[in-house]
Design a protein around this ligand. Structure first.
Ligand SMILES: Nc1ncnc2c1ncn2[C@@H]1O[C@H](COP(=O)(O)OP(=O)(O)OP(=O)(O)O)[C@@H](O)[C@H]1O
Ligand SMILES: [Mg+2]
Length: 226
């Protein structure tokens, strides 16, 4: 098992207001699985992703990665874990605006292993894979929304993550581009074997997965494997 979460709870407290965003969540993500997460707005989807990535601390519960407990790690160990094992694709692409497509993809590589030439080559290969070899020197604002999301996907893959967390990656794209990005994620999942956990509002996109989770008011109400 890649990720096994048990009894995961997240409570936000702000003054007198208290929101139980995750309530006793059990979740299994198998190696290479493409899991989709659906649920109404405010049901806790983003909170779940951020908690699994250690960007939010759970109020209770355990998160294991390949059998090792993560929940009690220090911030530094969580950061190292994210760098080594996770990739992120967000709805708004979150590219660095003043870096070119190539530089954005190379960014996570610069912190890691390999020499400059090797990093440069790898970023080029990743851009090629997402069909943007000829846009390497363009800034994000010179690219279309779909192209920007492709750059973000290439960047998420830079360090060969075991798991890519995607929060509505097609949410800001029109239907044709959304299908392209979805097909790309599915192809990469099959080629590279990294698991994907993807939040989506689209029932069609949800069917793209090999496993499905539906959450309602912070609880998993459906956990189906294809
Ligand atoms: N930092 C925070 N402080 C207080 N409450 C929060 C915080 N983040 C999220 N919440 C609350 O937790 C609940 C779940 O929010 P979350 O963002 O996970 O929902 P979501 O399913 O991703 O919704 P959407 O589909 O609109 O993105 C909501 O009630 C939200 O208001
Ligand atoms: Mg959200």
């Amino acid at each position: 098992m890649l990720i096994q979460a048990r009894g995961l709870c997240k409570r936000f407290e702000r003054g007198h207001v208290c929101v139980d965003a995750l309530q006793d969540i059990d979740l299994d993500i198998e190696e290479r699985a493409f899991t989709t997460v659906t649920g109404a707005s405010g049901s806790g989807k983003t909170t779940l992703l951020l908690t699994l990535a250690g960007l939010l601390r759970p109020t209770a519960g355990s998160i294991q990665f390949r059998g090792a407990e993560l929940a009690g790690l220090s911030d530094a160990r969580w950061a190292a874990f994210r760098h080594e094992h996770l990739g992120f694709v967000m709805q708004n692409f979150s590219l660095v605006p003043y870096l070119t497509a190539h530089e954005n993809v190379a960014l996570p590589l610069a912190i890691g292993r390999g020499g400059r030439a090797e990093q440069h080559q790898r970023a080029t290969a990743l851009l090629e894979r997402v069909g943007l070899a000829n846009r390497a020197d363009h800034l994000p604002r010179e690219l279309s929304a779909g192209q920007q999301q492709r750059v973000a996907i290439a960047r998420a893959l830079a360090n060969e993550p075991a798991l890519v967390l995607a929060d509505e990656p097609t949410g800001n794209l029109d239907p044709g581009l959304a299908t392209d990005v979805l097909d790309l994620l599915r192809a990469l999942n099959e080629e590279h074997g990294m698991a994907i956990l993807m939040v989506t509002h689209s029932p069609e996109a949800a069917r793209a997965g090999t496993a499905r989770i539906h959450i309602d008011a912070g609880r998993v109400v459906e956990h189906a494997r294809a």
